[in-house]
Design a protein around this ligand. Structure first.
Ligand SMILES: *[C@@H]1O[C@H](CO)[C@@H](O)[C@H](O)[C@H]1NC(C)=O
Ligand SMILES: *[C@@H]1O[C@H](CO)[C@@H](O)[C@H](O)[C@H]1NC(C)=O
Ligand SMILES: [Ca+2]
Ligand SMILES: [Ca+2]
Ligand SMILES: [Ca+2]
Length: 752
């Protein structure tokens, strides 16, 4: 009885504490804007610029000193609000004190950002559809419907158990798609390239680097954990082994998964180095993002990003000034001045009416924006169209969202967390690291290439992927085929490597700028506004690379605007298409719209900005007004005949829309050139099986003389040996396993 009263009292107390706690948390949330921490970027005065001084200041002010942010040259402080029980007023006081400190030049407060992985498109109907596939299309059915080709038909004899499903690397028709609908990487591998010595950093939600497909070439020195700044090892391993944190690992496997280890599949650059920066597993700020972009660029060849502002079709967001500075730092200081390659996933919001032109990260002139194409040469439903996409790779994905339910969703094979594999990695998330792997092979073939050389090599070699959807192409004023869906076309790794081997570095990049000064220009609903800008000189640029139109436009419904840039040669680039979901009334605020479709054109002449409204019957009372239009032209001076470029390929002076027949001719010519990989200069050919045996020998265990085996066990061992010997003779491929077992058993057999 007495006991009961006590325990009841205890429970009551406990509940009261719990209740108060709940109240308390709610209360502090309301005042602290639900932020657990604040990132601060502290720039020290010239004479104090030293990590030790930053540490000292942080210690004085009881904040975390979290290291240096390269590129923007700031020291990273983190203020833990909840843990230190700091009120908003106390935080403001702290920031004020820091700003007043004479050792500090300036303090930047990190702003919270919303970032999404370009993973699966979350659409309820789609999820249902895929569930149906899972139920219906399992193993047996799959094998009945999709005939898997005999092993002898494959050029590569990797033993990775999923290699033969990697149609995008070696398409032998295994998914009933046309053979050769792949990125043409096998000739490059056969010539001895595999990404050796080239580093790829996956900026994402972590990297499960002990995975057998990743462990051998993991680079801890190029990796970091920005989500847990307290981790003394800065280890980017995911916080949990679940779908929430598998994205970075899947990207890594796509790029560099080890070959011939019997595990999962093969990465495009299967001997490439892999690093990870963990930044997406938690709230992200402008400072964290900039740091992720700029970290370790000096020694990082390629950074791959498969994320960005949400793809829901309502956002219009360009890199903030810190991210811009970080990207600029990466391409100027990265790779010892040759520029780190930033490979960015173009976006997965196509079925949400999104447009990659409204994403200033994917459409940045310093990044290589990569989109997707499926195994039949069609545009998957999630693809966003815009003229900043440089190229596509094969990743699979349905063409129509719901129309053809019988079609199997063919995806990408990649490593997955916890040592697993995935066969359904999809979206442009898988496209970026696949391209990153391809560029690693290109850099291995010619390490002297700058990031711009690689962009040029892409524009020279990307092929028209198929004759479907041929209506999207335009031949620009310099003779290149360009498309809002495919960029310059699909990457052809063999042709990139052939061209890379004899490539002469392109001359330095310049920029010229022209601003519209013709006064206010208005648009009415259903109307069209054309604003010309004359470029009379753009010294010394003779060949355009990227064009960035910096536009401010007041309008009551942002998604109802369509913006087109027309070059002097007549290339039309739709830099923003109608986006029905974007109902923002904020208008467009100095947004950098980018097109690469005027590549290698001459910049001199009249450029036109065309703005149209999408819905002619819209019921706005208001009209729109152009506030600002500036044209940034990037490019270089090159003499008329470039040694890199086949002049026969150039036949246009004016841009034109090619006929289906012309597209077919180009397609056939380029397809024939696929075979030009025999021009490739070979590397020391690595015999993969030999390499593998050497590795197996190296990992052989030293004899363990502690245990004395029983004679019965010895008999079993002997009979197992005989069986294995038999199998060994029958199937040579399991020799390595046998070797391992034999070595292991022999070591046990040694008498004391
Ligand atoms: C590249 O240059 C070398 C040496 O100048 C030459 O032998 C080779 O044929 C060239 N290869 C190609 C593909 O042009
Ligand atoms: C756009 O133009 C404005 C005004 O000239 C300038 O402040 C801004 O930095 C420009 N933005 C870009 C991305 O070029
Ligand atoms: Ca960690
Ligand atoms: Ca493997
Ligand atoms: Ca998008």
């Amino acid at each position: 009885m007495y006991k009961n009263v006590i325990s009841r009292r205890i429970i009551q107390c406990f509940l009261l504490v719990l209740f108060l706690n709940v109240l308390n948390t709610n209360g502090s949330d309301a005042t602290d804007e639900d932020e657990e921490y604040i990132d601060l970027g502290v720039r020290l005065t010239d004479e104090n610029r030293d990590q030790l001084i930053a540490d000292l200041i942080a210690q004085e002010k009881h904040v975390i000193s979290a290291g240096h942010i390269p590129g923007v040259d700031m020291y990273h402080f983190q203020v833990r609000k909840k843990r230190n029980r700091r009120s908003k007023r106390q935080v403001n006081q702290l920031i004020h004190e820091l700003k007043e400190d004479e050792r500090i030049a300036s303090v930047t407060i990190g702003e919270r950002l919303e970032r999404q992985k370009r993973d699966f498109v979350s659409d309820d109907k789609l999820i249902d559809l895929y569930k149906k596939y899972k139920l219906r299309e399992h193993e047996t059915r799959l094998r009945q419907r999709y005939h898997f080709v005999e092993s002898t038909e494959f050029k590569l004899s990797f033993d990775d158990n999923l290699y033969r499903k990697q149609w995008y690397l070696e398409n032998e028709g295994q998914f009933k798609s046309p053979t050769d609908f792949d990125i043409n990487v096998t000739p490059v591998w056969l010539a001895g390239y595999s990404g050796k010595g080239i580093s790829i950093c996956i900026v994402d939600d972590g990297l499960d680097h002990p995975h057998p497909d990743l462990a051998d070439h993991y680079r801890p020195d190029l990796s970091y954990d920005l989500n847990d700044l307290d981790d003394p090892k800065h280890d980017p391993i995911p916080s949990s082994y679940d779908g929430e944190n598998s994205h970075g690992t899947q990207c890594a496997g796509t790029a560099t998964a080890k070959a011939n280890n019997e595990v999962c599949g093969v990465g495009v650059a299967y001997n490439g180095d892999i690093a990870g920066i963990r930044v997406l597993d938690g709230p992200i700020s402008t400072l964290l993002e900039a740091r992720a972009i700029a970290l370790f660029v000096e020694n990082t060849d390629i950074k791959s990003a498969s994320w960005g502002p949400p793809d829901d079709g309502t956002k219009m967001e360009a890199p903030h000034s810190l991210a811009n500075t970080a990207l600029e730092y990466g391409v100027t200081h990265g790779r010892q001045g040759k520029g780190t390659l930033y490979v960015w996933a173009a976006g997965n919001g196509g079925n949400k009416g999104d447009d990659c032109g409204a994403d200033g990260y994917a459409s940045h002139y310093n990044v290589i924006s990569i989109s997707s194409i499926n195994h039949l040469g069609e545009t998957p439903y999630f693809v966003e169209k815009c003229p900043s996409t440089l190229a596509v790779v094969y990743t699979g994905g349905q063409h129509e969202t719901f129309s053809n339910e019988e079609r199997f969703p063919v995806g990408v094979i990649a490593s997955d967390v916890d040592g697993k594999c995935t066969t359904t990695f999809s979206g442009t998330s898988s496209a970026a690291p696949m391209a990153a792997g391809a560029f690693a092979l290109v850099l291995e073939a010619n390490p002297e290439l700058t990031y711009r050389d690689v962009m040029h090599i892409v524009t020279e070699t990307a092929r028209i992927p198929s004759l479907l959807e041929a209506d999207d192409w335009l031949i620009n004023g310099a003779g290149y085929h360009v498309s809002d869906k495919f960029g310059f076309g699909v990457l052809d790794v063999a042709q990139m490597v052939v061209l890379a081997q004899n490539w002469t570095n392109v001359p330095p990049r310049y920029e010229c700028y022209q601003e519209y000064t013709g006064g206010s220009r208005k648009i009415v609903i259903g109307g069209k506004l054309e604003v010309p800008i004359k470029v009379v000189e753009c010294e010394p640029i003779t060949r355009v690379e990227h064009i960035v139109a910096n536009i401010s436009f007041d309008f009551p419904r942002r998604g109802d605007l369509k913006i087109t840039i027309i070059s002097p040669s007549g290339t039309t680039s739709e830099v923003l298409s109608c986006r029905p979901n974007d109902i923002s009334s904020a208008g467009i605020q100095y947004f950098p719209f980018m097109t690469s479709h005027s590549w290698n054109e001459n910049p001199i002449g009249e450029w036109t900005l065309r703005i149209e409204t999408c819905d002619p019957n819209a019921q706005y009372s208001d009209t729109g007004e152009l506030q600002h239009f500036g044209l940034r032209i990037f490019g270089s001076y090159s003499p008329k005949t470039s040694s890199n470029v086949d002049e026969n390929k150039r036949y246009a002076r004016r841009a034109f829309v090619p006929t289906n027949r012309e597209i077919e001719e180009i397609y056939n010519r380029e397809f024939a050139a696929r075979k030009s990989s025999n021009l490739m200069q070979k590397r020391d050919h690595q015999n993969l099986m030999k390499q593998k045996r050497a590795e197996a020998q190296a990992t052989t265990k030293a004899p363990d003389d502690k245990k004395s085996p029983l004679s019965a066990v010895q008999k079993v061992i002997a009979s197992v040996k005989t069986v294995i010997k038999y199998i060994r003779e029958a199937i040579p491929t399991i020799r390595t396993i046998y070797d391992k077992i034999r070595d292991f058993l022999f070591s046990k057999k040694e008498p004391k």
